[in-house]
Structure formats: structure tokens, C-alpha cells
Design a protein around this ligand. Structure first.
Ligand code: ZN
Length: 81
């Protein structure tokens, strides 16, 4: 049973959850085992990882821009006093 499950390819959603360590210990271990025997999923994981890094970078950039806007707004409001 367990052997069969480790032969199933996890889908992208599961791989992303694995990247974020959001799965149960059992699932994390099953996917780690699967990755050791499956180069296809290792490649998919590497691709997802680089996309996830790009997305979190752009989110970070947006957050910084929002903070800058808030900072400017704060100064404008302070000047009006
Ligand atoms: Zn696989």
C-alpha cells in the first residue's frame, strides 16, 4: 500500500504544499521518498520552487511599494497639521 503510494506522482498543489512544509509528517516523508526515486517530480519541484521564489519576490516588492506609499501619505498628513 505504502509502496504504491510512493509511486504515485504528487500533483503541483501537493508539491507546493511540500515546499511550504504544509503537509503532515507522514505525507512529507512519503513525498520525500517519492522524490528520491522520481526525477520527473524532482524536476517539477525545482521548477515550482523557482516560480515560488519569483512570486514571493514580486509580492515582497509590492509590499515595499505599499509601505512607501503609506510612509509618504503619513508625511503628507503630518504636514497638514
Ligand atoms: Zn513522480
Amino acid at each position: 500500500m505504502l509502496r504504491n503510494r510512493s509511486r504515485e506522482h504528487p500533483n503541483d498543489e501537493t508539491l507546493l504544499a511540500y515546499l511550504d512544509a504544509e503537509l503532515s509528517n507522514l505525507r512529507m516523508r512519503a513525498i520525500r521518498t517519492h522524490l528520491q526515486i522520481c526525477w520527473k517530480c524532482r524536476a517539477a519541484l525545482a521548477e515550482l520552487e523557482s516560480q515560488a521564489v519569483a512570486i514571493s519576490r514580486s509580492l515582497l516588492r509590492n509590499r515595499r511599494m505599499i509601505l512607501i506609499d503609506l510612509f509618504r501619505l503619513g508625511r503628507i498628513l503630518a504636514m497638514e497639521d
